[in-house]
Design a protein around this ligand. Sequence first.
Ligand code: HEC
Length: 175
Amino acid sequence: MKFILGFCFCLIVLLAGGVALLYSGAYDVAATHPHTPLARWILDSGKRRSIEARVDGIQIPTDFAQMEPRQAFAQFRDTCTSCHGAPGVERSEAGLGLQPPAPKLEDAATGWDARELFWIIKNGIRMTGMPAFGPTHTDDEIWALVALVQRLPSMSADDYRRLDPASASGRPQTP
Ligand code: HEC
């Protein structure tokens, strides 16, 4: 009985402390300050488990292996590079100010398989700045983006630039 009372007391003290911290304004929400290592670990672990638990029903299309990165190039350039950059392309000013930062996908893509990438792009990641593209894009468009994102780690800046149809015709290139 004593143990249960002690446990309840500690719980109430912790809750009251949490509420006091929130209402006092002591918690700093500035995007110029990164999360503490503990908060980052909690968010990253939660994100990975959450995504892994949700990909089971996702079917990879039969033509996925044949999808060309060029197919989604314009979409990727116009929708993703402002936050993530690309090989040889820096993030925009808005992208550079994000917290948590949007990782360079040429580094981060290897940490996810195709179905996980599809889930992330379709559903987004709440409270991080990563938007959900499912409401505005078809599954086929998202799979084409996955095919491009998976190739980024092996692409040089020149390889990436060559995906732009404008580069073949000698027209000026947009980032
Ligand atoms: C407005 C900014 C923004 C845009 C636009 C954006 N993202 Fe993101 N994205 C983020 C942020 C921020 C994260 C990091 C989330 C985190 O740390 O949990 C992220 C995470 C990701 C991840 C997971 C990487 C990892 O290891 O955490 C993938 C994959 C991804 N984005 C793909 C895309 C693709 C593809 C597009 C374009 C269709 C896109 N994103 C557009 C901000 C953006």
